[in-house]
Design a protein around this ligand. Structure first.
Ligand SMILES: [Fe+2]
Length: 192
């Protein structure tokens, strides 16, 4: 059987201790628009995708240092790729697991269902599927009280979902985030 591949590259997330400056820089350079921002997180886009960049404010998430330039937490947190369907995402999960590659975290963000992987160097990546059929709906969700109540997401069990999908549950049953609690922890890295 043919291997399932991601359909497209979609976004990059940075950890930063220059949160406001970073948001401003990406607004300036990419003519990007802020989709959502709170003191910890900001999501920006410059095209039809619901977010092309996100920034995690390390001064809030990991306070206690004035270190602003040491690479590590500062820098790329993860890059993200979108799959064509929930079935592709979950079938690929099973294919990869058979080859010894497993996600360290599975989160239903609301606008995406996401599985996080790390390569052998610890570079983190998100394999996701869009929850909404249009960017307008995704943008509306990011402006909704449900997103403001939980801009991180809710964890899910991919084995349970794959079994239910194969048993005939419609993908739409999974894609609409029904619950907005408990909030999944923000990961500093796959290691914690
Ligand atoms: Fe992401």
């Amino acid at each position: 059987m043919a291997r399932i591949r991601p359909m497209k590259f979609v976004h990059v997330v940075y950890g930063t201790r220059r949160f406001e400056q970073m948001v401003h820089w990406y607004q300036t350079v990419f003519d990007a628009k802020v989709q959502y921002q709170n003191p910890v997180l900001a999501f920006l886009t410059y095209d039809e995708e619901h977010h092309r960049f996100a920034f995690a404010n390390l001064d809030v998430r990991k306070p206690g240092t004035n270190e602003r330039d040491r690479r590590g937490l500062i820098g790329v947190d993860h890059v993200a790729y979108t799959y064509a369907s929930l079935k592709d995402l979950l079938e690929s999960y099973e294919d990869l697991r058979a080859q010894g590659v497993e996600p360290y975290c599975c989160v239903h963000h609301g606008m995406t269902v996401s599985m996080y992987y790390a390569d052998p160097d610890g570079n983190q990546m998100e394999f996701q599927v869009d929850c909404f059929g249009s960017n307008e709906e995704a943008n509306a969700f990011m402006a909704s009280p449900h997103f403001a109540a939980n801009p991180i997401g809710v964890e899910f069990d991919p084995d349970d979902w794959l079994a239910r999908l194969r048993a005939g549950t419609a993908p739409s049953e999974f894609l609409m985030r029904q619950t907005h609690e408990p909030v999944s922890p923000i990961r500093g890295s796959f290691a914690n």
